[in-house]
Design a protein. Structure first.
Length: 254
């Protein structure tokens, strides 16, 4: 393979290695390990893909790839194997689950690396993610292991109340009245990654991972969420093409 330049550290003449943009552990379906995940897009022109291993790309050298491992392992363990140790609120107020023992540094580094990898990847699945000039501060944070170099990035974690999603939705860029952000949707939960100098405001300011006293998971109804609407639209697009959600041709289209 031709030697290239690492997208993160900038070293030239290096071999680029396979990087998972979303950690491989996130793709394990705890309800059915034999069934591959669907990678879905709400863009009708992007065909869904079935994947057991997720989306990877060659964007960094081996030294930079090794930076990601401990952060990926920590967050996969926290969110997929550890049960939150408390809850606050009620169903009428904002119900949240929380972890009181956590490593904020690793959590912040993970989300910075996830965002940077999605930005750097040329894969269609991540085409909505382009952090522009923020890529320099995020790369510096990753290379110096200091998340405060990219304080404009903060994260709200949300968990769906009743339903497990069976697919990954491609990240969506959102601009609201308060900040610019990206929404990443994984099976069972999603996160809002803010890339904006303006801090979270209102009730949200208590829940951003940079400053919160605990790591909170805001509980949301999956069926009322924009992620559900987008996943449903993606599934309907597949059905309209005459395929079932596993890609098999439907009988009635013959
Ligand atoms: Zn590198």
């Amino acid at each position: 393979m031709a030697k290239q330049q690492c997208g993160l550290c900038g070293k030239k003449g290096v071999k680029l290695v396979e990087s998972h943009v979303i950690p491989r552990a996130f793709y394990r379906d705890i309800t059915n390990p034999d069934r591959p995940f669907k990678l879905l897009s709400d863009d009708a022109n992007v065909f869904p893909k079935t994947s057991r291993t997720g989306v990877y790309d060659r964007i960094v050298c081996i030294d930079c790839e090794r930076l990601f491992g401990p952060w990926d392992d920590y967050v996969s363990g926290l969110l997929f194997r550890n049960i939150p140790d408390g809850k606050t609120g009620t169903n009428t107020d904002q119900l949240t689950l929380y972890y009181s023992n956590f490593d904020r540094h690793k959590l912040r580094m993970f989300f910075l690396s996830l965002l940077w990898r999605a930005h750097a990847s040329d894969q269609d699945f991540f085409s909505a993610v382009d952090v522009g000039p923020h890529s320099a501060s995020i790369a510096e944070a990753l290379l110096t292991n200091d998340p405060n170099k990219a304080k404009e990035v903060d994260v709200l974690l949300t968990i769906f109340a009743t339903e497990m999603t069976s697919g990954f939705l491609c990240p969506i860029r959102e601009r609201n009245d308060y900040f610019n952000c990206y929404r990443f949707c994984f099976p069972g939960f999603s996160c809002l990654i803010k890339v904006d100098q303006r801090p979270f405001t209102g009730s949200w300011k208590h829940f951003g991972i940079n400053n919160s006293d605990k790591i909170y998971l805001l509980v949301r109804s999956f069926q009322d969420s924009p992620e559900f609407a987008a996943l449903r639209e993606a599934a309907l697009t597949v059905l309209r093409r005459g395929k079932d959600p596993w890609g098999r041709e439907l009988e009635w289209t013959k």
